[in-house]
Design a protein around this ligand. Sequence first.
Ligand SMILES: Nc1nc2c(c(=O)[nH]1)N[C@H]1C(S)=C(S)[C@@H](COP(=O)(O)O)O[C@H]1N2
Ligand SMILES: [Mo]
Length: 322
Amino acid sequence: MNIIGKKSWFIPEREATPEDLFWNRRKVLAGMAGGLAAGAALPLAGAGRAWAEETDPSAHLYPAKRNEAFTLDRPITDERYPANYNNFYEFGTYKEIAKKAQALPIRPWTVTIDGLVAKEQTIDIDDLLAKMPLEERLYRHRCVETWSMAVPWTGFPLAELVKLAEPTADAKHVRFETFLNLEVAPGQRQGWYPWPYVEGLTMAEATNDLAFLVTGVYGKPLPKQFGAPLRLALPWKYGFKSIKSLVKISFVKERPVGMWEAIQASEYGFWANVNPEVPHPRWSQAQETLLGGDVRPTLLYNGYAEQVAGLYKGMESEKLFM
Ligand SMILES: Nc1nc2c(c(=O)[nH]1)N[C@H]1C(S)=C(S)[C@@H](COP(=O)(O)O)O[C@H]1N2
Ligand SMILES: [Mo]
């Protein structure tokens, strides 16, 4: 294996110790304060908001009604943190990609549903939004790097899209694919990553009520750095499963191989369920640092065991927690 290539994709994950998070956070906030003091550019979150509130043709759909069934055990994370601290490798392997991500054109945008379905279709994002029952849910999010957040996502159950797709009986998995656009995404010019970003779920996972297709956050259309115009939120799994900026959803027989699994299968598996007792090969998963600074013990299935543990009955021999 090419040692230079290997190193460069290892570093970002290894860097993300709580200390690193602290430094990044200080840098982000210092940068924002500096920008304001100088009377220059708006903070990065503002860049996302300018698109979201003024240009996005779906803006009138927000805020959507909150589904009170989804509650948190911690405060909602201040929007400034997740708006300025992102994993979106298409735009770089560091966290401050929010500004770069504004180059992603999100209209027109289509999502193709194909594979083992009654009828393959390509849907315009605004037609899809008009069809789907949008609601707000408060979810925890736990990155495999040990940072976490609690955010009000807006979107619709993935199960609703499965219904729309009408998969055949042969469909056992769902495969998700992000856009591929080397012109706007500098990270995709780094040829050693197997772009585009891909992820996968079993049909049982995809139709679990927690699996959520996200179109907005903080009561507004999704800013680009969060994975606009359509991303997954799978709150019981490590964050890398929650794939951003989807262009294709395929119903397939075989288990899809995600991008991280393709890069390093000994560290990033298919299931990737959160478990504080199963360390990553290079760090502990026992605790997490919330964006904003609080350190908390990590919970089994990120606190969603009641909803999802049943999905994994009889699979004890599989690597469910990496
Ligand atoms: N296409 C794509 N999706 C992605 C990623 C990525 O790099 N590219 N990063 C993943 C990881 S590791 C995490 S933790 C979350 C981060 O989402 P956030 O930036 O909105 O917090 O997005 C996930 N989805
Ligand atoms: Mo992550």
